[in-house]
Structure formats: structure tokens, C-alpha cells
Design a protein around this ligand. Sequence first.
Ligand SMILES: [Zn+2]
Length: 406
Amino acid sequence: MKVLKCRPGFLWCLVFALVLAAIPRNRELTTESFPLPTSPADQLPRTEVVEDTIQRNTTLVATLVDYKIPVAVANELADLIKPVFDVRKLRSGNPFRLEKEIDGTLKAFEYKIDDESVLKVEKEADSYAAKVDKLDLQMHEATLTTEIRTSLWEALAANQPKGEYLVTELVNMYQWEVDFSTEIQPGDQIRLIVEEFSHDGKFVKWGKIRGAELVNEGHLYRAFLFRDSYYDEKGVALKRAMLASPLKFNPRISSGFTSRRMHPILGTARPHLATDYAAPTGAPVVAVANGTVTFAGWNAGYGNLVQIKHANGLTSGYAHLSHIGAGVHAGRGIKQGDLVGLVGQTGLATGPHLHFMMASKGTPINPVPTLKKGEPAPPIQGSAKAEFAKQIAPMQLELEAALASN
Ligand SMILES: [Zn+2]
């Protein structure tokens, strides 16, 4: 794991806060004076700068008044700020900076809203102007290496600032290759080449993962970002479409997805939230995408049923099977194209067919358009190939070096 950043700034804040608590109100803490150039400028008013952090349970106006800004001016500023920043969102502990003329006139006020933006109020001729500026962030490429001990979460999120972002990105990148909920093992290795944004040397956020390597059960999976998609070293897109259908041979749809239709056996109007594929008994039924089996067994009218959970909250269900595939058990991982079972007519079925269901976050969806969606990026071809090779070369070297030093 990358060496964690020591945060001396945090300690200083703590010391600062303690000192602060010991000092009576209306104090001015860090008061710096900038001596402006001498010569004719000797008469120029000197500027006083105060830096502090927002106290608990206070308001912007109270904070300014605390620093001897007249109430009228403080209220004027609060009104001025309203259109650009909601002053009720002032957070205790966030730093601010006041700049005053020596006669006490407020010259400028700055408040750090969050890691990426700062509120700025500046004195103009006879009024003030307020705006929110985005901080200038510096980007550099960081390489993170970690080994799975208990979970992906523990390996990445627990040891990195904003590590949950890295976990989500990684799971999305590799969703077609690896089911992180079932397949990740202690000892698996992860290496990421990721954009890291900082401001004044302090971490702000992660950007895109540009390159990654996962060693899962001895298999090496590499991924490289190119034109917003991830590819392996050969330029093949990682993202795979779901299979066009759960049957190997061009199936005929005998009954489509509808919210109302007459049930052939029950004779009543019932929604058919599935696609029926006409197929002979014994025809192989396969998983449309990688996932984890959540149910495999008898389920009333569905007869022999297999349900699979996929990435992104999608599930698929395969009903009326004559047989469930060997090794298809709840909790087991399953790969796209793996045998789920064989077509049959178990449960409530008038003849052999596959009753195929899909749901998104528990809501039934029409399987046919769903299977058509999510096409992978086309393989890299032609002139893009040279560009791709050039772009990934330094990352390949870095990953190789990291692997060799292990
Ligand atoms: Zn059906």
C-alpha cells in the first residue's frame, strides 16, 4: 500500500484549536503585517491579515463581528454572498482569512468552502464583490499497490483517503471479468495508476484510473483507459455485451414482455413480465452475463428456477428448466455463457419453453432491449492502435517493474 500521507496540518489544527479555546473572544490570532514597498508608498495603509477557522454554532455575520467588522458591513457582506454561496452551509473548522486596512476597513474575506472551492469577497471602489472560485488543483499520476487480506474494501477504502471511490471504479472496470463479491481471494494483488489531485500539497481527490492490474487466483488482468473505455493490452474492450439471448441457438420469442395478457393456464389476465423463448426440451440455457447465482431450485409455478445477480443491480431468471446445471448453486459465481440448465416445462407451463426474466434493482424489465444494450466499445483498430500502444507503454513498464519488485 502506498505510504499514507502524514498529516502534520491536522496536528497543528488541534494545537491551534486548543490555544483558541484558551483565548478570550475578540482576539486576533495570526496577525501579519505586510510592509509594503518603502519610498513614496510609506503613506500607504498597511494591511492586516487574520487567519482562523469557523467556530462551532456560529454564523458568518457573528464571525465577522467577532473580528471587529461593523455589524452593518457584516450584514451587507452576508447579503452579497447569498447568491453565490448559501451562508447557512458555513462549516465549523473550515479556514477563513480576513484582510483589513489598518484603519479597520475590511479589504478582503476568503472562506474555504471545501477541498475544491473558495468563497472570495473583495472590496471594490465603494462596495464589495463576492464570488466562488475553484481552487487550482495539481494533478499527478500515483501508483497504488495493495494486497487483499480480507476484502477489497479493506484493501483500498480503509487505507486511502476517499478510497471508496477507488473501490467503485475498480469494480466497474472489471465487472465483466471478475465478480468481486465472490471471486476475490486473500493474496490477490491490485495495482492502480490513478490521477491524484492536490492543492498546496494536500490531497483533494482521485481522478480517473488510467491503468490497473489485478492478479486474481493467479490470473493477471490488466486494464488501460483509452478514449473513455478500458481495454486489455491487446486493445480488446473489457466491457462485454450481455449475450443476445440465454439460448445458444437463434431462439424464437413465443411470448413477449407485457404488463397485461391472458395466462394460458390460469385463464386470467396477468402481466407477463418476462420473455418466453420457444425451444425444445433439453436445449442448453446459459447465463447472459457474469454474476452470482442467488437461487437454484424449485419455485412453485416457475418449476426449476435459476436466478442470477449481475453487476449494476441487474438480475436474470431462468424458469421451467427440465434440469439445473451441475454446480449451479446459490452463492456460486457464474460466468457469461456458462450452462444454467436445460429447457423444460416444469411448473406452470403448457409446453417446453424458457421463461426468461430480468429485473433492475428488483423491478422487472423487458429482457430483449436490455440484452441489446450495453454494447462493448469496438476493438481498437487502424491508426488508433499505434496511439494506444504509445499511451499504454509507460504504464506497462510501471506495472512490470512493480510486479518484478514483488
Ligand atoms: Zn413465460
